[in-house]
Design a protein around this ligand. Structure first.
Ligand code: B16
Ligand code: MG
Length: 249
């Protein structure tokens, strides 16, 4: 028979264990089944080169593209971006001429990204991908860019992505969710348990429409208005951090 003192020590210990289990269960991490990464502005800073190339084109049309307006181009397809610039500049243009301008912008963009290398990956992103691999979390690329495969090669990540959906594979660009839905279908995962990492409001809107969990990447305050949560950098960001943040969603 246990004495009274022993019993209360025993009870205290078991309550402590019980509370700990309860805590673990309630604050428990929610592991994603998969992740989808946008490319420009999420894995590498090519978003900047899109901006400088569009601005250069704008200047040829006597239109100055500001950083503020450029935010609205992020994630938007080449055709969609030109259409917006022409609208802001008050210019009407036939499709044939538009195509010429898009080609010219793309040539400048390709010149800008020519020198991209592994060192142009955002710091910390490689470690995060390593962790996903170790933990068996699937991931794919979900980029609206037709240059995505080329860029993935340049930054040395092509072999890491088993699944890639880019601007060549879709009919409707962001903010339409087609691209992300295609990526989730390819991975055969549930959308509501898949996280999309995006630096653009168009991309976040697409992911939300598709029923995904969303993480805004970058320091634009507008991202936090849309995304489930945001991160400013990959440095030090772990799967544990992601799972903890998801448990609050
Ligand atoms: P391209 P993401 C998007 O890539 C860019 O954010 C957007 O600025 C660009 O217009 C679009 O790709 C099309 O790119 O001209 O290379 O086909 O952010 O979805 O990875
Ligand atoms: Mg982007």
């Amino acid at each position: 028979m246990k004495k009274l003192g022993e019993l209360s020590v025993y009870n205290t210990i078991s309550s402590y264990i019980y509370l700990n289990i309860l805590f673990e269960l309630t604050v428990m991490k929610r592991n994603p089944v998969a992740c989808i990464f946008d490319l420009d502005g999420v894995l590498t800073d090519t978003a900047h080169y899109h901006f400088t190339s569009w601005r250069r084109l704008g200047r040829e049309l006597d239109y100055e593209l500001t950083e503020e307006k450029n935010k609205l181009l992020k994630g938007v397809s080449r055709e969609g971006s030109l259409a917006l610039i022409l609208e802001w500049a008050g210019i009407e243009m036939e499709m044939e001429e538009r195509k010429m301008l898009m080609d010219r912008k793309n040539e400048w963009y390709l010149e800008e990204i020519e020198k991209l290398s592994e060192s142009d990956r955002f710091p910390g992103v490689t470690e995060f991908l390593d962790e996903l691999d170790r933990e068996g979390v699937k991931y794919s690329l979900g980029s609206g860019s037709k240059n995505a495969r080329n860029i993935l090669n340049k930054i040395g990540l092509a072999h890491r992505f088993k699944w890639v959906v880019d601007g060549n594979d879709i009919k409707k660009g962001k903010p339409n969710p087609e691209l992300f839905i295609k990526a989730a279908d390819m991975m055969e995962v549930s959308r509501s348990e898949t996280v999309v990492f995006e630096d653009s409001t168009a991309g976040l809107a697409a992911a939300l429409k598709g029923g995904f969990l969303t993480v805004g990447f970058g320091d634009d305050p507008e991202l936090s208005e849309l995304a489930h949560f945001t991160i400013k950098s990959w440095k030090g960001f772990s799967l544990d951090d992601l799972s903890e943040a998801l448990s609050a969603v």
